[in-house]
Design a binder for this molecule. Structure first.
Ligand code: GDP
Length: 466
């Protein structure tokens, strides 16, 4: 990336839409836009436009007047990238946006690489690496809670939290180093208890961040969810309830759901990426080959799922097929749904079935998939199981696999430092070595010491125009 160039790209999604916004950023932004944009008032000039102002006019491609255009001006350093930036809005659809990009290229701008605007903001010191990651998370967030989490990261909640831990460790490390390196000086002794207590506190903060990662990631990206159960128990009916319309074909004949149906639905704050299954039952050698393939795929999905909803027919009762489904769910993040509750008048019968299923599942719910009143019940159970109900969306949170990796490395180094003092009986210099490792991992997390490869990793997932 060369900061001396001026880049441009479409900032809105490609395709049909009311408007398309093209962003231009770099030292020649004003000079380049001057060549392609003609303000409606002849006495107005792009070169004179102040930051945070707008001009109306049209753009020109190869001498030909094109679409009406609104130009929004930002002056360095008060812009997203920290450079001179102009955002040009034209009518939506791709034709005008493509023509404007062509005009900008002819005038000397170059196409922006994916994430280049945000990368420039990072290089120009406008945002930190964790904030850059937050930008990406906001763009791709699957729900309001997930977006709120990412937005807290953009405000720098994580950066502040990490900075606090770094400051504590750094001052402890400095004290330790002074005490070890200058025994003849009057450095106050560092009591072993004091040392481990501070290390425990810092480790505890990191433990909390690491523990919250899973639920936060689910709020941002949703969870892969498998619906399983033998034919006719009501999986399609449940899917329709979740989706709010007739998605799967519901019939009273066994085995109609043949393939893995993919669909995303919101259940409370959690996006479920749903995989309906072909009806999980053993198919003998004479079994239907297509259905067997569907079943194989269903089980594979079950291995990868972050949430399993296993459906059982309370009216029909539990048979051997049901128990084999239950067995496959053991140890997984699985909820048993005893469906068709409306058909069962005998509460004791329901309770016995619940007790039979309980050992295999994290939760057992009795409900009726035909009744929309079942949704809040299911939603509460899911948010409880996944821990998403406890997430404080305003608090510091790790928001990428990269951050999780760095935080875990720092936490592990601190755990080693504590062990060296408490179990291994080593001197404080051993703790010092581990603390240096922890500090290095934290610097990697915040991006202070991020290598070019780390920055490339962060920006590899960005889209063009951001
Ligand atoms: P699948 O094969 O597991 O997808 O099962 P379906 O969703 O096709 O449902 C099988 C039959 O059970 C259909 O006739 C549904 O209308 C019926 N059914 C599903 N859920 C309920 C329920 O909660 N109560 C009642 N009474 N019938 C249900």
């Amino acid at each position: 990336m060369q900061l001396s160039t001026t880049v441009c790209a479409l900032a809105t999604p490609p395709g049909e839409g009311g408007i398309a916004v093209i962003r231009v950023s770099g030292p020649d932004a004003y000079a380049i836009v001057e060549k392609v944009f003609v303000p409606i008032h002849q006495n107005k000039k792009v070169a004179d436009a102040k930051g945070y102002t707008a001009l109306f006019g049209h753009f020109v491609l190869r001498g030909q007047t094109m679409d009406e255009t609104v130009a929004l001006f930002y002056r360095a350093p008060h812009s997203y990238t920290g450079e001179d930036v102009i955002e040009l809005s034209v009518h939506g659809g791709t034709v005008m946006a493509d023509s404007l990009l062509e005009a900008l290229y002819l005038a000397g701008a170059v196409p922006a690489a994916p994430g280049e605007f945000t990368r420039r903001a990072l290089v120009n010191g406008r945002i930190s690496l964790t904030q850059a990651e937050a930008v990406m998370e906001i763009i791709s967030a699957g729900g309001r809670q997930g977006a709120a989490l990412a937005s807290a990261a953009l405000d720098g909640a994580l950066a502040k939290k990490i900075a606090g831990i770094q400051a504590t460790l750094q001052s402890l490390y400095a004290h330790l180093a002074a005490w070890i390196d200058y025994p003849e000086e009057d450095v106050p002794e560092l009591l072993p208890d004091e040392l481990t207590m501070t290390l425990e506190e810092a480790k505890g903060e990191l433990d909390k961040l690491i523990a919250g990662y899973g639920a936060g990631a689910i709020l941002r990206h949703g969870v892969d969810c498998v619906l399983c159960g033998r034919p006719n128990v009501g999986k399609s009916t449940l899917l329709n309830l979740l989706a709010g319309f007739e998605r799967a074909i519901v019939t009273p004949v066994a085995g109609t759901t043949r393939d893995v149906v993919e669909q995303a639905v919101m259940l409370g704050d959690v996006r479920l990426n749903l995989f309906d299954t072909a009806g999980v039952r053993d198919v003998g050698e004479k079994g239907d080959a297509i259905e067997a393939e569907g079943i194989r795929r269903s089980w594979k999905k079950l291995d990868e799922a972050g949430l399993v909803l296993a459906v059982f027919d309370a009216d029909a009762g539990l048979g051997p097929d049901d128990l084999s489904v239950a067995e496959k769910c053991q140890g997984r993040p699985a909820i048993a749904i005893l469906n068709k509750q409306d058909l069962v008048a005998d509460d004791d019968r329901l309770r016995t079935m619940e007790e039979t299923l309980a050992p295999y599942f994290k939760k057992v719910l009795c409900l009726s998939a035909k009744d929309s009143a079942s949704l809040p019940k299911l939603s509460a159970a899911v948010s409880d199981l996944l821990g998403t109900g406890q997430v404080d969306t305003g608090a510091a949170a790790l928001c990428s696999a990269r951050q999780l990796r760095a935080a875990t490395a720092a936490r592990d180094a601190l755990a080693q430092a504590i062990r060296s003092q408490q179990e291994e009986g080593l001197g404080p210099d051993a703790a010092g070595v581990c603390m240096a490792d922890a500090l290095a991992a934290l610097a990697e997390l915040t991006g202070e010491d991020a290598t070019e490869a780390t920055i490339d990793e962060v920006f590899s997932t960005f889209c063009v125009g951001k």
